[in-house]
Write a protein that binds this ligand. Sequence first.
Ligand SMILES: [Zn+2]
Length: 297
Amino acid sequence: MNPRFKHLYNDLPADYVDTFKAIFDSASFAGVLTPQQVKQLQQCTALDEQQLKVTLLPFAAAFSITPISKFNVGAIVKGATNNLYFGANLEFSNVQLGQTVHAEQSAISHAWMKGEQEIVDITINFSPCGHCRQFMNELSSAQQLTVQLPSMDAKSLQEYLPESFGPKDLGIESGLMSPIDHGFSSANDDALVTDAIIALNKSHAPYTKNYSGVAIEMLDGTTVHGSYAENAAFNPSLPPLQVALVQLQMQGMDFSHIKQVALAEINDASMSHLADTQNTLEAINPDIAFTYIALDA
Ligand SMILES: [Zn+2]
């Protein structure tokens, strides 16, 4: 049994437990539910999809890493492929709070890195904070996105963020998660650097043009990458290291097993992720090997 979910089975009706365990305790479960699995869970519970997502929120929140607040938030987004992606908040001891990832950012960046190009709706166990409302307003689907909370009717993001400020106010038409390839490459053929450049090429940085990406290799050889998600309001931007760490978090991988990290960004851009990336990695484990590459624009 997956110890992460163990306590949750006691809160479920007894006739749900076998089906839930078959999915959530499977070694292949990594915070994503396929439409077939959603259907299976709906058949077992007789819940409609929204009710099911609310029921699943504690399973998403079970991925939270909250050494500071101990306040666990779970989010579930539905992608255009009808897959559901879990997200949970992520905090870091001994660095400033700006490094924190909120559950909504986690679920959205999780779906993005798994190849989704649009988010249809998001279900959260607490009302989205102002920072997350602004983060979600960057999405290509921000005008259509619906937000579902437990015990409330679904509302549109625009109802949660009236008279919003967003990319279009700065003349940007292509939102976060729109497919893009910035087309950068490097003569450096190190595999992890190549991975970081793949992430850089998918990044959303229309305001600073500091396209950037991070790749992480674990001690067991697993690799993940994260692309930078910039925001029109700047502060809700999600750095590439955080996006990569969310991929590990949702696979249930332990950050103490990170072997090495590569950061790729643009040379002489108006901002840099270098200092914060090094600082946060240092706080996670000072022994993590780190490679940095800056590409000419
Ligand atoms: Zn938030």
